[in-house]
Design a protein around this ligand. Sequence first.
Ligand code: IMP
Length: 177
Amino acid sequence: MEKVRVKDKEFGPYLTEAVIAAKVKELADALNRDYAGKKPLFIAILNGSFMFASDLFKQINIDAEISFIKLASYKGMKSSGNVITAIGLEQDLYARDVIIVEDIVDTGKTLHHFLPQLQHQQPASLRIAALLHKPEATQFPLQIDYVGFAIPNKFVVGYGLDYDGLGRNLKEIYQLA
Ligand code: IMP
């Protein structure tokens, strides 16, 4: 792996394809074990998680469904809090075993605000699988049940993650130099 330039910034090699693939397999093994006999519904949060979700789902060998949603966040006119809406969620989550698939949890803000909306539909269970987690950046309490890598609080790109829209196509994960 060599350094890469994405837009105006330089990124150094961080996680190779092989290391990522091994971790994804490990997460899938845990999910296959924990959800055996159930029919979980994976909900992948676009855009960043598309590569992770695809590779993870290929390794799932129990009956399972997957759906993709996009979160749109905007400031309420009056309230200071962010309102988060999900675009594309068609399934009824009632009594389902739901697994949220995220590329990275940074401050935890997005999921912290969004999860109550899912809980509202009364799923049988609701867990989070995140490829990356920046524990030092956490500002909003969030239980992440399946974590690929806990990483330092530095910006990363590649494997679906972008810097200003670019770098998602990189096969490896790079860290800001
Ligand atoms: P949070 O709400 O602060 O946890 O932010 C989560 C979202 O921010 C992720 O789904 C990513 O889209 C984006 N994000 C956070 N950190 C990074 C990073 O290091 N690289 C690329 N995107 C990031």
